[in-house]
Structures are given as structure tokens and as C-alpha cells.
Design a protein around this ligand. Structure first.
Ligand SMILES: [Zn+2]
Length: 237
């Protein structure tokens, strides 16, 4: 006879991880073949107990994988909170600075020097703001590329501003430089480094030692920009 009694709540116990206590959730799973451990995004450790397994064995399994769990926990802590939706109060990067989105009267929103009108300030503002940032980027980035190209006597066929998900820029063999509109969100020195990096590809279509020499010549402080990009990887997520 099937039982309709509510399933007993899976037991949780405190687990000391480094200097913190995290909840350890033990979940029995009849189809599981072995013990499994994972760290949930909310910081709860979850161990799956297979058919015939015991909580004692589960604890021993967690102990054996303690180093791995600590590493996962550190990664979780280090992950920047980059909100998927933007609302009044959300913080966004603009020209390398963090600004809070403020809502004004008449359906206007503000951040930094920018003011724009949106249909409804209570819905996700991200699409409208991104559209605005993208149009600023389309206006500002190409002249910047052409100015650097002229300064360094490099020929550029075309500049496009795009919505790349995994790269900041690219340079084709034919001399088209494509830049990510999100460069309007990074500090100016980072934006300039990406532009100069792509321009350096007009001399070296690779990432050889010679290429990096060229980058260093065009942008002596490029490592600082590389570090900024590394520390703000969440932009391209
Ligand atoms: Zn490159």
C-alpha cells in the first residue's frame, strides 16, 4: 500500500569547514549507486546516500572529500555577485566605476552621468540600460580605434561593436576590428588596452612573443589591464 505520509525531512547537521559552520544535508537516494557530495549555491553541503548506505558512511565520505569541499566553498565565496536583473538600487559598472541605479520621477532612471527614460521602472531594467550602453559604445569606440590606428600608422578596414559573450574583441585578417560593447563599462585604460591589443594583431595575427612585444610597445601598462579583466571576469558571463 502506498504511503501518503509526508516524507521525513532529510536530516541536516552542522559541518565545520575551515573556520565556518555550513549545514550538511543528508539525502537518501534509492537510485544512487554511490555516495555523492556537492556544494549547493546557497552554501549547503549535500551528501547523497545510496541504497544500503548509512549516515555514518556518509560522514566518513564527507571527511575524505573535505579538501575538495573546502575548495568549492572558497570558489563560491569568491564568486562575484553579478545580478542577472537590474532594478533601482542595483549596482552596475559604467566607465570603470560602480554606480547605483536610481529611479527618478516620470519613469526616468539615472546612473552616473546618464539619464534615460524607461517604460516601467518596476520591471527588469537591464535590457533598456544595456541598449543605452551599447549605443554609447557604438558611438565612442570606433573613433577611438581610428585615432589609435592613425597614431601608430596601422590600417583598419572596419570597426564593429558587438555583443560577444566570451571575448572583448577580435581582429580579422582583413582588418576588421570587432569590440565588445561592454568596454563602455570598463575603465578607460582597459578599453584602450583591448583596442591596442586588437590593433597589435594588424602586425602579428597570433599571440606569439613578438605579438606581446608589440602590445607592450603600444600599451606599456597592459598587464594592469589584463589583471583588471581577470578580476572582473563576471562581465563576460
Ligand atoms: Zn589577441
Amino acid at each position: 500500500m502506498p504511503s501518503f505520509a509526508p516524507r521525513r525531512k532529510d536530516p541536516t547537521e552542522p559541518l565545520l569547514l575551515g573556520s565556518r559552520v555550513v549545514p550538511l544535508l543528508m539525502v537518501r537516494h534509492l537510485r544512487a549507486r554511490r555516495y555523492l557530495l556537492r556544494l549547493r549555491p546557497d552554501g549547503t553541503a549535500r551528501v547523497t546516500i545510496p541504497r544500503g548506505g548509512t549516515q555514518t558512511e556518509a560522514r566518513a565520505f564527507v571527511e575524505r572529500n573535505r579538501a575538495w569541499l573546502e575548495e568549492q566553498f572558497q570558489k563560491l565565496q569568491a564568486r562575484p555577485r553579478h545580478p542577472l536583473r537590474w532594478h533601482p538600487g542595483s549596482e552596475i559598472f559604467f566607465r570603470g566605476e560602480k554606480f547605483r541605479i536610481e529611479s527618478a520621477t516620470d519613469g526616468q532612471i539615472r546612473f552616473g552621468s546618464e539619464t534615460l527614460k524607461v517604460a516601467d521602472t518596476t520591471t527588469d531594467l537591464r535590457p533598456a540600460i544595456e541598449k543605452h550602453l551599447r549605443s554609447l559604445a557604438a558611438r565612442e569606440l570606433p573613433p577611438r580605434v581610428l585615432a589609435f590606428a592613425a597614431q601608430h600608422q596601422l590600417i583598419v578596414a572596419r570597426v564593429t561593436v558587438r555583443n560577444q559573450k566570451s571575448r572583448w574583441g577580435s581582429c580579422s585578417r582583413r582588418g576588421t576590428i570587432s569590440l565588445n560593447w561592454r568596454l563602455i563599462q570598463t575603465p578607460d585604460f582597459v578599453r584602450d588596452y583591448i583596442i591596442l591589443h586588437e590593433l597589435a594583431h594588424r602586425r602579428q595575427m597570433n599571440h606569439s612573443a613578438r605579438f606581446w612585444q608589440e602590445v607592450e610597445r603600444l600599451c606599456p601598462d597592459y598587464l594592469t589591464a589584463e589583471r583588471w579583466l581577470k578580476a572582473h571576469r563576471e562581465f563576460l558571463r
